[in-house]
Design a protein around this ligand. Sequence first.
Ligand SMILES: Cc1ncc(COP(=O)(O)O)c(C=O)c1O
Length: 362
Amino acid sequence: MQSYNFSAGPGVLPEPVIQQIQKDLAAQEHTHTSILEISHRSPQFDAIINHAQEKLRQLMGISEEYAVLFVQGGGSLQFEMLPANFATHQGKIAVLDSGNFAHKAALAADAVGKEADILATSRPDKYRYLPSLPANFQSADYDYLYLTTNNTIEGTTYHQDLLPKTDGRLIADLSSNILAEPYQAQDFDAFFAGAQKNLGPAGVTLVVVKKDWLADQQPENIGPMMRYQNYVDKNSMYNTPPVFSIYALGLVLDWVDQEGGVPAMYARNQAKAKRLYDYLDQSDFYQAPVQGAARSLTNVVFTTSNADLDKKISQEADRAGLHNLAGHRSVGGFRASLYNAQPMDAVDALITFLDQAKKENQ
Ligand SMILES: Cc1ncc(COP(=O)(O)O)c(C=O)c1O
C-alpha cells in the first residue's frame, strides 16, 4: 500500500535525499568516516557547510549584506535570541500576533527583558485571519516589527504580497514556508527557519541577519551562545554544530535546485493546495475555516465540525496509509501539510480517502 506522511514537522523529506543519505552512510561503513563520525573541524565538513550557505544564497537571492548562520535550539531559541540581540536601542519590539508561534515569540521577548507590544491580534477569533498593521504604526518606537509568515497550526500566510509595509526593521519567522513560495530576502532585516519542514531534518535552524544592523547592536548580559556575532565570526562553529543536520539540509537544497528552485516549488505547491481547497470548498461535509488570500499553501486545515468524527476519520486515514492528519492539539480537526517534498499523488490519495469517509460517515 502506498502511504503518505502529512506531518507538520518534522515533515516529509524528498525521496532522493533519503536515498543519498543511505548511500553515503553505507559507503563509509567500514572506514568510520561517515557524516555521523567526522569532526566539524575537518575539510569535508567545511565544504559541506560552505556549500549549504552558498546554495541557500543562490536559491533565495541572499546578498553578501547578510550573514547566513546555522544555530541549534530550534525556532524557539530564535524567539529569545532575536530580541536579545536586536532590541538593544528601544528595548521594545512590535508583534503581529497571527498565531501560536508569534504569541510565543512575544512572550519570549518579555522573558529576555524586552517589551513586546502586540500591535494587532486575531487570537480571540482562533487566529482564523491575519491581523494587519495598524495605520498609525510608528516604526521609530520599536527596534523592529516581528511576524510569522506561515502560521503552521492555523493555516494562514502572509504571502509575499500580504507582507506589511514598514519603513522600519522587519524580522520574520519563515519556518513553515521557506523555499515553498517566493519571498525577497531584502524585504527582511533578519529571518529564520527551523529546518524540519522544508529544509531538512530537525536539529538546525537557519538564521539570516543583516550584517551592518548586527554590527550596530551592543547586546548586554547575554552569553556567547546567545550572541549572533559569535556565529558570524566562527562560521557557525563557535561550538560543535549539528553536523548531520547541516549535511542533510545541503542535500535538500541541492534537490530544490535540481527540481527548478523556488519558482518550481511554488508552482507545485499552488497546484497541490488548490486541488485540496477546491475539493473542501465544494464539499458539504468538510469545511476549511481559513478563507481567501491568507490561505496557507503548506498547511491546509479543515474539519467536519464534529470533533469526535474528525478524530475517528483521522485514525481511519492512518490505517489507510495517510499518516499524521490530525490537527494540532490546540485546534483539533485535520491538518494536511503539503511541504515541498509532498507529491501531488498524496493530495489525490487524500481526496479519494476523504470522499469515501464522507460517504461512510455523513
Ligand atoms: C512557524 C513556526 N515557528 C516556530 C516553531 C518552533 O520551532 P521549534 O519547535 O523548532 O522550536 C514552529 C514549530 O513548529 C513553527 O511552526
